[in-house]
Design a protein around this ligand. Structure first.
Ligand code: OMP
Length: 271
């Protein structure tokens, strides 16, 4: 099924806008998990299985696997997510983008090697650098717009033709790049004002919103500023606050509780 349709179906069936981020850091694992490929896979699998009922999507972060030499765990994890939670789209957070011939390999990596339903992409090399992702009409392309980090404004806020660069990104993606209807944008939860501005530019296009939980973003403000009129349109993503809610034997229950609480906070704000 197409990523966008799968996401819409999942928003409805789960009644949740929570995206569960899977960023393994073995130093934070409960003591019975090793930091090897098997431990990384088993920990992420347990968290995913415990939180799936509260998730509209999963988002594994590729560097957290690759830095450990645990790409095999990432392959196994995504295969497990598809098999055990077939309705939940998987977004590979890789923030790719490069000259066309290299971007083509990145698209193959995300969609064919890892079988992700969507991938995050960096637009700053221009359209041709994300075209191989855009061309895969059945997969999602989640493009950085106004990132959650402190330095986001260093470049993304530079004013060109009277508007900050991130607004140009929003406009270009919505009006020019989204020919297959498979694009979404990334805007950090740490920037509620910019979320409101981006929503005004892009209509109903989905926004991936990292930055709640460990980065301190306000989930209620995210919903108030950026939900679509029908109370959808958002993937509010949290990694560490869910993954490492407890380092004890109750790690899976604690993760489920953290995901449920985030869902409930969001749903209360959706009204
Ligand atoms: O594309 C992303 O997912 C992303 C974009 C952004 O602007 N900020 C951001 O934090 N992320 C990712 O979202 C996750 C946030 O993790 P937590 O702060 O632990 O919830 C990390 O995997 C980041 O790489």
């Amino acid at each position: 099924m197409q990523f966008m349709q799968a996401l819409k179906d999942r928003w409805s069936s789960s009644n949740s806008l929570v995206c569960v981020g899977l960023d393994p850091e073995p130093a934070k694992f409960p003591r019975n998990f090793a930091g090897d490929e098997e431990g990384v896979f088993a920990f992420c699998r347990d968290i995913a299985d415990a939180t799936a009922q509260y998730a509209c999507a999963f988002k594994p972060q590729i560097a957290h696997f690759a830095a450990l030499g645990a790409e095999g765990a990432l392959t196994r994890l995504i295969a497990h997510l598809h098999a055990a939670h077939p309705g939940v789209p998987v977004i590979l957070d890789a923030k790719r983008g490069d000259i066309g011939s290299t971007a083509e390999q990145y698209a193959r990596e995300a969609f064919d090697r890892y079988a992700a339903d969507a991938v995050t992409a960096n637009p700053y090399l221009g359209r041709d650098s994300v075209q191989p992702f855009l061309d895969r009409a059945d997969r999602g392309v989640v493009i950085l717009c106004r990132t959650s980090n402190k330095g986001a404004g260093d470049l993304q806020d530079l004013v060109i033709d009277g508007r900050p660069l991130y607004q140009h990104v929003a406009e270009k993606v919505a009006n020019e790049w989204n020919t297959h209807g498979n694009c979404a944008l990334v805007v950090g939860a740490t920037w509620p004002e910019q979320l409101r501005e981006v929503r005004a530019i892009i209509g109903d296009m989905p926004i991936l919103v990292p930055g709640v939980g460990a980065q301190g973003g306000d989930a209620e403000a995210v919903v108030r500023n950026a939900a679509t009129k029908d109370g959808m349109g958002l993937l509010v993503s949290s990694s560490r606050a869910i993954l490492y809610a407890s380092s004890g034997d109750d790690y899976a229950e604690a993760a489920a509780r953290a995901a449920r609480e985030l869902r409930d906070t969001i749903n209360a704000a959706r009204g």
